[in-house]
Structure formats: structure tokens, C-alpha cells
Design a protein around this ligand. Structure first.
Ligand SMILES: CC(C)(COP(=O)(O)OP(=O)(O)OC[C@H]1O[C@@H](n2cnc3c(N)ncnc32)[C@H](O)[C@@H]1OP(=O)(O)O)[C@@H](O)C(=O)NCCC(=O)NCCS
Length: 297
């Protein structure tokens, strides 16, 4: 698959390809691009202008690496992966088929999700991005983290190291997720939430941030003013555990080491190390000391 045939790969004369790099039939390398030793471009892989690919990387069939991208040593991009401009991918990261990295943001006019301008996506070392995952421009993902298949991470979201974002889960814009967080399948972490280190979010857990549900208050001119919508995400403190199919209403804080039982609807802040359950969630005692992270170090 990776046989070197310079007549069939199209390499711009200003590109610098290590002699030990290989580009298969139909592969294209743009101007001022650098390809390191041992790196292989599969058939019809494209690496556009001013991008850098380190050593021993694999750019899969039909993958498209746009301009001004930096790809570290040993990175593997699956088939049909698209990497948008200004993305940086750390050494050893593996990206599944059809993933889209650094996707540019387009919002409806007046969207409440508009924030400061986004920069390039940064993914740390040794991380994994699953098949068909989409990670927007302006997100940051740490080292050794996993973004599962079909997961979605939005602009200005920051995800720490050793964290898992489960299959089909969404981490919305302006969310901070710490280290060693476990976000299971089909979780929704809404915009402007904070998820501290070692938090556990069970399958289908949903946070919310808008008590007006998109109904903008009227401005002085009598017209709806979307910019006046105040979004308040959840704050989930270190080591808290949130059960499957829970709902956190806008702005609640879940205290350190707290435990929210499956199916609960949390309408009030939960103090540290308390256990709540039910709809609406009510206090159901304390979290046993041996289950708490606080004080373990
Ligand atoms: C809370 C939980 C741990 C059960 O706790 P427990 O102390 O063993 O509860 P018990 O089964 O002894 O039930 C005690 C009472 O609480 C009720 N109860 C138990 N779980 C409940 C829940 N999730 N919501 C509401 N009430 C619940 C029981 O019906 C029982 O009520 P009763 O005394 O009127 O009969 C369990 O329900 C739970 O939520 N586990 C989390 C699972 C999860 O989401 N994991 C995520 C990864 S898969």
C-alpha cells in the first residue's frame, strides 16, 4: 500500500520529505511542507501547505491535512480523517476513520454560543480520537485522553489529561473538564460548565444551562435580545459521581465527592460528600468515607 512511486505521488518542489518517508499513488504534499523519516502517506492522502508531519507517522487513505498543521511523531490518522488548519496533534496520538479535527465554527447570527475568537485545535500526546468524532477549532485536549467514537467537542472546550469522553457524548463550548474524568456514553456537558478532576458522569447524564429555554428577553426596542440570555452551566467538583440518566438543572453545583443516584433530577446544589436521589433529588445520607477521594493523597 505504501510503495514509493515518485511518479504517482505529487510532491511540491518546495516540500522537504525525508528520503525514508513514503508516499503512495495519488498522495499529495503541498508547498513548504515537511515530512519526517519513516512517515507513510497512504493512497490519496493529502498534506497541504506549510504543514509538518514528524517521523514514523501514518496518514491514512484519503486523509486530508490542511495547511499550517503540526503532526507529531508516530501519529496515526485513519482513513478519510480531515484535519483543518492550525491544528496541532501531539506525538503518538491515534485518530480513527472519518474523524474531523479542528472543524471551523459556524453559528447562527446572535447565537448565545458566540464567544472570543477561536484558535487552532490542540491535542496532546498519546491521546485517541475515535471514528467519526468531531472536535472543533479552539478546543484543547490533554495527553493520554480519549474522545470516543462519534463524540463531539466544541470550541473553547478544554479537556485535561487521562480523561475519557464516551461514545456519542458532547462537550459543549466554553467547558472545562479536568484530569482523569470519566464521561460515559451519550453524556451532554452543556456550555459554561466546569467538571473538575476525577469526576464520573454516568451514561446519559445531562447538564442544562438555560432556564429560559432559548426564549430571549425583550430588549429596549421591544425585540428579542439573544445576547441577554444568561447561560449557567453546572459546576461539578472534584471526585463527584453522577449516575446514569440524571439531569442537572442550570447553574447547580455538585460538591466534592458527592453522589447523585441514577435518574435523579438535581434542582439544588449538592453539598460535598452528600448522596442525593430522586425527582427532585433529595438528600439520602452521606457518602461513606472510604468512597471519598478527599484525604486519600
Ligand atoms: C443509589 C443506588 C446506588 C442504590 O443505592 P442503595 O443504597 O443500594 O439503594 P437501595 O437499593 O437499598 O434502596 C433504598 C431506597 O432507595 C430507593 N432508590 C434506590 N435507588 C434509587 C434511585 N436511583 N433513585 C430513586 N430512589 C432510589 C429504593 O427504591 C429504596 O426505596 P424504599 O426504601 O422506599 O424501598 C443506585 O440506585 C444508583 O443510582 N446507582 C448508580 C448507578 C449508575 O448510574 N452508575 C453509572 C455507571 S453504569
Amino acid at each position: 500500500m505504501f510503495g514509493h512511486d515518485p511518479r504517482r505521488a505529487i510532491v511540491h518542489p518546495s516540500a522537504v520529505c525525508d528520503p525514508a518517508a513514503r508516499a503512495a499513488t495519488g498522495a499529495m504534499v503541498g508547498s513548504e511542507t515537511r515530512i519526517g523519516s519513516g512517515t507513510r502517506l497512504a493512497p490519496y492522502a493529502v498534506v497541504d501547505a506549510r504543514s509538518t508531519v514528524g517521523s514514523d507517522a501514518i496518514i491514512g487513505p484519503h486523509a486530508v491535512v490542511h495547511r499550517d498543521v503540526t503532526i507529531g511523531d508516530g501519529v496515526q490518522l485513519g482513513s478519510h480523517v480531515v484535519v483543518h488548519p492550525h491544528t496541532t496533534i501531539g506525538a503518538g496520538t491515534v485518530v480513527g476513520d472519518h474523524a474531523v479535527l479542528g472543524k471551523p465554527v459556524r453559528l447562527r447570527e446572535g447565537s448565545a454560543a458566540a464567544g472570543r475568537a477561536v484558535e487552532g485545535l490542540r491535542i496532546g500526546e498519546g491521546s485517541t480520537v475515535g471514528a467519526s468524532a468531531v472536535v472543533n477549532a479552539g478546543a484543547t485536549i490533554g495527553d493520554r485522553s480519549i474522545v470516543g467514537d462519534q463524540a463531539f467537542v466544541r470550541e473553547r472546550a478544554t479537556i485535561g489529561s487521562g480523561t475519557v469522553v464516551g461514545r456519542g457524548s458532547t462537550v459543549d463550548c466554553d467547558v472545562t473538564v479536568g484530569d482523569r474524568v470519566s464521561i460515559q456514553t451519550d453524556v451532554y456537558v452543556t456550555a459554561r460548565s466546569v467538571v473538575e478532576d476525577d469526576v464520573f458522569l454516568g451514561p446519559g447524564a445531562h447538564t442544562t444551562n438555560d432556564d429560559r429555554m432559548g426564549r430571549a428577553p425583550l430588549g429596549p426596542d421591544g425585540a428579542p435580545d439573544p445576547s441577554a440570555i444568561e447561560l449557567a452551566g453546572a459546576t461539578i467538583r472534584r471526585g463527584a459521581r453522577i449516575g446514569g440518566r440524571t439531569v442537572l438543572v442550570p447553574g447547580v453545583e455538585i460538591g466534592e465527592d458527592a453522589f447523585v443516584a441514577a435518574g435523579a433530577v438535581v434542582t439544588r446544589d449538592v453539598p460535598p460528600a452528600r448522596r442525593v436521589m430522586g425527582v427532585p433529588a433529595r438528600d439520602a445520607g452521606e457518602v461513606p468515607v472510604q468512597e471519598r477521594l478527599a484525604g486519600r493523597e
